[in-house]
Design a binder for this molecule. Sequence first.
Ligand code: FE
Length: 341
Amino acid sequence: MIYKLLIFILSLTLLPACTQKNNEVKDDTLFVYSARKEHLIKPLFEKFTSQTGIQVKYVTDKAGALLQKLKAEDENSPADILMTVDAGNLWKAADSQLFEAANSRVLSKNIPPHLKDSNNLWFGLSVRSRTIIYNSEKVDASNLSTYKDLGSPKWKKRLCLRTAKKVYNQSMVAMFIEQYGIAETEEFLKSWVSNLAAPVFSSDTAIIEAIDAGQCDVGIVNSYYLGRYIKKNSASKVKVFWPNQKSSANKLGVHVNISGAGILKSSKNKKKALALLEWLSSKEAQTQYAQLNYEYPVLSGVPLDAIVSNWGEFKQNTLNMSLAGKNQGQAIKLMDRAGYK
Ligand code: FE
């Protein structure tokens, strides 16, 4: 009984304090749900706060978990911004009506049209290239050309791929569907599968290690994983090749994806949320944002990390990234039909 009384008295004294704190948080602080890891966002948010006085709080989790959380919280969500990797995930959030359009001259100027939603629901903030890598002691780069060509007989038992369950590959195949059509994409995916040197890998880094060790000769990974790998293994034999540089029309260019963000409908702080997105697209933030993870900036004219600039320039495919989400269901079925596990 005494305990119950104590708890009652305590709750009376503590509750007003808690409520007040929550209000303070709502008024002065932005809340970001982030599928990007803490070490990649924290330095940027700190710099933004030091320049604007706007505090930024965040939680990090997997994209799928954050989407579920946002759907469950609905209008009552404390979050202002969802930040995640892969256009497929951003498209899903937009498809679930979670984002509010942000019309901003700054964002339109800084971010190329193919790297953002055409209705301004989400914006790419960094570019990741999903490209071909090879063992430079076993492969003559002049034998490499396109993604599709990795299915040619010369790569028999020499190709390593990551699992079809990873959204990076689902988004890539979704873009191939747009570029090559369903029948041609299915055909060359089958030829990829028949060229595999080993069962599919669970991570891009495992593919890089396997290629460096000579278990396979060619593979497809996001180049930032190779950046991290080279940073630790300067004697690595693994090199980057930029495919589809001479291809025609919409088959032209390296498959790219983005990390990006959108302002949530639930946000009570949309002006400040927009200020953060605009700042993240600025030259200062873009330099740091891309370099922190060996990625590419969305803003042109921004210096690259030394390892990344060493790989040289390349043409990227410029079909709108939202197709990665729109065609994703079809891509998953197609990979299954092609025997790509
Ligand atoms: Fe990744």
